[in-house]
Design a protein around this ligand. Structure first.
Ligand code: F3S
Length: 404
């Protein structure tokens, strides 16, 4: 790989130990992927996990004096303010200390402490063609597919290195020739709400490895539905990008989306496929009762919080309900009175938090209801189980305590 003078100086340690450490990792990645050069990035997003490996890496960079040249937004851990008292189920002292260390490390690195996994909707939105370094399952496909920006499917660590050096090795989805679709996916299922896009995204096994080109979907699709599609594609598989013919910017026609080539194969998705996903990822119970409802994996938008508020206004929930959002959406919900409506019904709207965090220890052994297969998938390892249904069915279940 040919490096410019600044990149060479970083690699040699002339710009500090931290920058050298980050550049060494990126140089190795570039060599592994046969990149010819490194190119500057305009923005980055780091999918911090608040887990041991992530914290080890971030603190190592802090100790080495690293500081981000391009301040990245970051994924949620959990909100220490909420989980120390407000919720009535305080997180363990050790877990709170870990979250505080994560917070301190990323602050020292110069990150934007956004703690939100949908930055592409409001706070970190690229322009068409912009080169970025985005990690996070729903974020990478969204910026590539919906915004037409260019990012490889970075890990949290490689995205952080890119934020520190300000560069990424040029390979993969940064190059025109690698952005063409190669699997034709004909959707025959009824795609009525964002929920069906969650289920469609969980078809990774059937779609297989490559860049899917979806046909049969509407030309206008909501941000929430597109968010769901990308999130679940990277729960059921590994996809940096997809095309939706007539909707996403690099797919005006099937021919353009496929780069004039024939697809390597075709896949048809039916209503039955989506019903199977719902059944496969829902936990089985011998009765209709659920213990709690959880939404916001990925983080819910203000509009989704408002939709729930309209559904529960003037009523009382039978079971706890947790709605996970960005701090921006929370503040808007508070200003607009949405948070009050939710609180009166018994729902909690929480910023900065993810279902795959230790703060939910008190839900261990319980069965919740959610509209997100990803929400059902990850917390399983923490002993928390879910039934999956569309959002309106989930809201009704929270009002009665039973799934109809
Ligand atoms: Fe976001 Fe955590 Fe779900 S990062 S997508 S809320 S697993």
């Amino acid at each position: 790989m040919i490096l410019n003078d600044e990149q060479k100086a970083m690699l040699n340690g002339d710009l500090g130990e931290g920058a050298a450490y980050a550049m060494k990792i990126q140089f190795a990645l570039g060599e592994a992927f046969d990149a010819q050069r490194m190119v500057p990035i305009k923005r980055a997003h780091v999918a911090l996990s608040n887990q041991d490996g992530d914290l080890w890496f971030a603190e190592k960079l802090v100790k080495a004096g690293a500081h981000c040249k391009v301040a990245p937004t970051v994924n949620p851990g959990f909100c220490t303010g909420h989980f120390t008292g407000a919720c009535g189920h305080p997180a363990d002292a050790e877990d709170i200390a870990h979250m505080i260390r994560t917070d301190n490390a990323y602050r020292a690195l110069g990150a934007v402490l956004s703690y939100n996994c949908t930055p592409y909707i409001a706070t970190n939105v690229p322009n068409f063609g912009e080169v970025c370094a985005f990690s996070e399952s729903s974020a990478t496909p969204y910026v590539n597919s919906v915004w037409g920006a260019r990012s490889n499917r970075e890990s949290a660590n490689s995205a952080l290195c890119a934020a520190i050096t300000g560069y990424v090795p040029e390979y993969g989805l940064l190059l025109d020739e690698n952005r063409k679709g190669d699997i034709l996916v004909r959707v025959e299922a009824d795609m009525k709400t964002p929920y069906e896009y969650h289920l469609l995204g969980m078809m990774g096994d059937k779609i297989g490895e490559g860049i899917p080109v979806f046909t049969g979907l509407p030309h206008t699709i909501s941000a929430e539905a597109l968010r769901n599609l990308g999130a679940q594609l990277n729960t059921s598989g590994a996809y940096g990008m997809y095309h939706i013919v007539g909707c996403t910017p690099e797919a005006p026609t099937v021919e353009v989306a496929l780069g004039g080539k024939k697809p390597k194969y075709e896949v048809v998705i039916t209503n039955e496929d989506l019903q199977n996903v719902e059944a496969t990822f829902s936990d089985k119970r011998d009765n209709d009762k659920v213990d709690f409802a959880m939404f916001g994996c990925p983080h819910f938008t203000l509009e989704e919080a408002q939709h729930i508020a309209e559904g529960v206004k003037g009523k009382k929930l039978a079971i706890p309900m947790y709605i996970l959002v960005s701090s921006h959406a929370l503040q808007m919900a508070q200003r607009m009175g949405i948070a009050d409506v939710l609180a009166e019904a018994g729902a909690e709207i929480i910023a900065d938090s993810c279902p795959d965090q230790p703060c939910w220890h008190y839900l261990k052994g319980k069965v919740g209801i959610t509209e997100s297969p990803k929400c059902a998938y990850y917390p399983r390892r923490r002993g928390i189980h879910f039934i999956i249904r569309d959002l309106d069915t989930c809201i009704q279940a929270a009002l009665t305590g039973e799934v109809k």
